[in-house]
Design a protein around this ligand. Structure first.
Ligand SMILES: [Zn+2]
Ligand SMILES: [Zn+2]
Length: 480
């Protein structure tokens, strides 16, 4: 302690589950310093949710004269989903200027990191609905704006803030909070177990962005149903999710291991498998389904869509149009967008791409085909032009030169992965087109992410499919 200047802080002043923001606001107010000085003095990010390493916790405990467990509780919150891989809720889905708080807690001069969690709708101490205050935008850094906004709320509602705060509040032995902590810990373990050995998930090269809070939270709920006593704290987020899985024998896992030695991931193999089928005279069933959907485009007839896409250079944007105007040059109908997406994802993408990317696609296919042939996963068709070294010449329709060896152990895994993924994509596109027909903004597109996953297990491979319970209902209404 001697190495530090004395500070206006005393043991036990830090509160259980207190937010870092609240601590910083009080520390600044008690010591008459601003947020920047506070951050410099304590060497901590004032508004980060990144947990501090244990050495930092010990150092802070010594500066503040607090116990390490209490400091850890604030700077490395115990109630959070840990090591859950892609099952975690998005890291920071809240609006950057919003601070959620509980009215009763604030009257006690208290603010908790629990109030900031997007998947809680009520204060776990009081069951009251959470309120939101907004940081006033000005020239200071955002963190100072946020600390200022919390301080303003505190000073308005709690006359003694930052002094004279009820040290016994909140009690650590809160039954509901303990129950919440227990559930989060169990859900974390369940999600960690589910993502163990995960080597691939769908939707990684399609639509960018993180998984939505609705999806992540409801999947966690499915993996570990929350106890009844905390049910009312949680947000009522969207649809329920269900899970289906299929195990494949060891042989498929061994084959994937061989591919990995050739620097080919499951994603590479899947991409190759889709292209080979799209060009094949005797393709897998997903191609038949794709063709049926594309054929039905005729049913769209004269375009009466209320939204069309317009492209200006590299930028594109949706514009609202009068349906009776019909097609207009430069405005792309959503159905064409959907068909193009299907073609790029599952069909002969080389035909839908412009010259350069199509050429890249050809080279990629060619180089993967070398390894595939060496491993006995493909053979060449009779008409294929093959170099003396045994590889395809690149200046031909390489896609039609290869034939998948269906007897390989990987075929069943690939077939199921493609069938599941295409089903999800078709459903998502149908929902999107239906919504556009109803006048919904095309940007409001909620494709779920990472729904199909492949994990390596001790015994072989496990393919997992996550489904929105609602999607089952919609399946019968396919329109495209
Ligand atoms: Zn409260
Ligand atoms: Zn249209």
């Amino acid at each position: 302690m001697a190495a530090y200047p004395s500070v206006n802080w005393w043991p036990g002043n830090l509160r259980p589950y207190e937010s870092r923001l609240s601590f910083v606001a009080r520390f600044c107010a008690l010591n008459g310093i601003n947020v920047r000085k506070c951050a410099e003095f304590l060497s901590v990010e004032p508004d980060s949710s990144t947990p501090l390493p244990i050495d930092e916790i010990r150092r802070l405990a010594s500066v503040l004269g607090e116990t390490a467990p209490l400091v850890e509780d604030v700077f490395s919150p115990s109630i959070r989903f840990i090591d859950v891989g892609r099952y975690g809720p998005p890291p920071d889905s809240r609006e950057r200027h919003a601070i959620r708080y509980c009215e009763t807690c604030v009257q006690h001069g208290y603010h908790s990191y629990l109030h900031q969690l997007g998947w809680l709708s009520r204060c776990p101490f009081h069951l009251s609905e959470l309120k939101t205050t907004w940081a006033q935008k000005h020239t200071a850094r955002l963190v100072s704006q946020r600390v200022g906004a919390l301080e303003f709320v505190m000073r308005q509602r709690c006359r003694t803030w930052p002094h004279g705060i009820d040290a016994g509040f909140p009690a650590r032995e809160q039954g509901r909070v303990a129950s919440l902590a227990g559930w989060v810990a169990r859900a974390s373990v369940a999600a960690a177990r589910m993502s163990l050995g995960e080597i691939w998930s769908s939707g990684n090269d399609g639509m960018p962005g993180a998984v939505s809070l609705d999806q992540a939270f409801n999947q966690l709920r499915t993996l570990e149903p929350p106890p009844e006593d905390i049910e009312q704290l949680l947000i009522e987020a969207g649809d329920r999710w269900t899970l289906q899985s299929h195990a494949f024998a060891r042989q498929a896992k061994i084959q994937l291991g061989h591919l990995r030695l050739c620097h080919l991931s499951f994603a590479d193999v899947l991409h190759f498998y889709i292209r080979i089928n799209a060009a094949s005279a005797n393709p897998s069933s997903f191609v038949t389904r794709l063709n049926a959907i594309q054929d039905r485009q005729a049913r769209h007839g004269t375009c009466r869509c209320r939204w069309r896409l317009t492209k200006e250079g590299r930028l594109s944007r949706w514009v609202s149009v009068r349906p009776e105007e019909g097609p207009r040059w430069g405005l792309i109908c959503p159905y064409d967008i959907a068909l193009n997406e299907l073609q790029l994802g599952w069909g002969r993408s080389d035909l839908a791409l412009s010259n350069r990317p199509a050429e890249q696609e050809r080279r990629r296919f060619c180089s993967v085909s070398h390894a595939m042939r060496d491993l006995g996963l493909i053979r060449y068709t009779r008409d294929a032009a093959v170099a003396p070294a045994g590889y395809l010449y690149a200046d031909q329709d390489v896609w039609t030169c290869c034939e998948w060896v269906r007897e390989s152990a990987l075929t069943a895994v690939l077939d199921m992965a493609v069938a599941w993924e295409t089903e999800l994509t078709f459903n998502a596109l149908t929902t999107w087109l239906d919504d556009i027909d109803r006048g919904v903004d095309p940007l409001e597109r909620d494709d779920s992410k990472f729904c199909i996953r492949l994990c390596e297990t001790d015994d072989g491979l496990l393919l997992i499919k996550w489904m929105r319970a609602e999607a089952n209902v919609r399946r019968g209404q396919s329109r495209i």
